[in-house]
Design a protein around this ligand. Sequence first.
Ligand SMILES: Cc1cc2nc3c(=O)[nH]c(=O)nc-3n(C[C@H](O)[C@H](O)[C@H](O)COP(=O)(O)OP(=O)(O)OC[C@H]3O[C@@H](n4cnc5c(N)ncnc54)[C@H](O)[C@@H]3O)c2cc1C
Length: 554
Amino acid sequence: MMQRSEALHRAANSSYDVCVIGAGATGAGTALDAQLRGLKTLLIDAGDFGSATSTASTKLIHGGLRYLQQAVMEFDASHYRLVRQALRERSLMMRNAPNLVRTRTFAIPCFSLLEAVYYGAGSTLYDWLSGESSLSRSRWMSRPNSLAAIPYIRQQGLKGTIVYSDGQFDDARYNLALVKSCFAAGGNALNYAPLLRFEYNEQGRLVAAIVRDAQSNDSFRVTAKVFLNATGPFSDRIRRLADADAAERLRLSRGVHILLPLPEDFGDHALLIPKTEDKRLMFAIPWQGRLLVGTTETESDLRDEMMVTREEAEYLLRHVSRYLSRKFQLSDIVSAMVGLRPLVRSADQRDTTKIARDYEIEIGRNGLISVLGGKWTVYRAMAEDAVDAVQQSATGQVTACVTRTHCLFGSLSGSEDGRVETLAEAHGVTQKTAQHLVQKFGTCADRVLDLAREDSLLLSPLVEGSPQIGAEVVYSIREEMAISIEDVLSRRLGLQYFDWRLAVRAAPAVARMLARELGWCSARARNEIESYTERISRSLETLGVDGVRAETLN
Ligand SMILES: Cc1cc2nc3c(=O)[nH]c(=O)nc-3n(C[C@H](O)[C@H](O)[C@H](O)COP(=O)(O)OP(=O)(O)OC[C@H]3O[C@@H](n4cnc5c(N)ncnc54)[C@H](O)[C@@H]3O)c2cc1C
């Protein structure tokens, strides 16, 4: 059980082998690896676990057809290596957290014979690079079969589609599963704990850091033998906190997604849109009952407002409309997300779409180890290399990494369907709720539902018709360190990604439970509801549609 007060007490009163700064995919993966190798590990994040780039991804676990395209066009072997490594990692993620990762079939629409040959060759190469970890062989699907399988695909001029498979996952829950696995292995993890500054010994090596508890505003000192910077897009900031002379290493590329209603008969295939106006790939993917459309790619910096603009949303709608028979409007958008890709700068690459999503482990002159760049799919390999570097610098001896075969906390083995049936029967919940719980919480779904034994009202849906129930809220607060409405409704339950407006309707019920569990007064609960609603309202208004009003706290 991850309890924040206990984690805070331990963080301020223990001495660690390694302190990992940043709890996105990179940091959480690294902390788990370090703890499993017997290093006493503390993981801290300025915000909630996974609240930055790691929950704004396209939710794909993939080698990346785009990198393959670049490998062929530019005869660049580093891209092949990247694709091959990612495809190997894909199969490890599928094995180690099966309830959070699944196979998704993609269709690339072809409107000429040339396109069919070109994309067919690319996907065959992808199969070949996948080797034994291939999910299925890519193939040509004729026009009639494509129209039957993907009823919403644009019919005019369509010759057929190239079909291939890749991995798709729940990035927010996977991130949490990494943190919980680290905790379960004896590590410590604390959210809302920004690192403010470092302290040095006489030789100028880092020996401690001052960290703020953002809840109480009190600062405390963390001592560790090694500090590891895994702050993704913020990595240069931490590098400069440690060494004011450090040169910038990152370029940031902004990417947005919008979520649209998923027509019931859309089918299971995702669409890969092979060429946008700025010569990139784009996706329209069924994801958790919605159509996830993205992404954009524009050079950016940390001062950027993290809200999807009307212009960005129109860009995505314009492209998706060219490939679908159904037209979507700005007012159809039910949710959206923005993230900053941390790309390692290379002197001669001006265009961020061409920078390989490769990574680097950098050891600073005062001992700070930074993990720069990368992508979600290779988080485990990045973590392995980073912990090798930690051990090398601390003792000169590297021990074996065990994360290749380490199943994540809550991961299911056996049939998901069987588990859903049993859960629905044993606890009297609908199949839809049982399925939602199994997919989000894996084997912990039972523990979630056990909470309703003390209060049967916790079995009620948060908003009518939604699968999310009260018990999940209480579980997230008690066992997953959720301390705000957004922590609960976005990263833990997913309702905010499914529908902003539904999330606003659920906010008072969540605030009531937060107040009960964390001892808030009613004024604090009301403020929370208002500021949560205001953020969502502004997101809607930025898209040029009507905002929403806060629901009252009864
Ligand atoms: C639009 C988009 C789509 C993508 N799609 C995919 C995809 O489909 N598949 C894929 O493999 N990859 C994808 N990626 C890439 C992938 O999401 C990122 O590479 C990965 O999430 C980066 O994780 P991270 O942990 O390095 O950074 P982050 O997730 O950003 O985490 C960094 C953390 O550091 C914390 N932090 C910052 N400053 C401090 C401080 N002072 N003290 C403590 N903590 C601090 C932040 O709060 C944050 O939580 C995508 C990226 C984007 C932007």
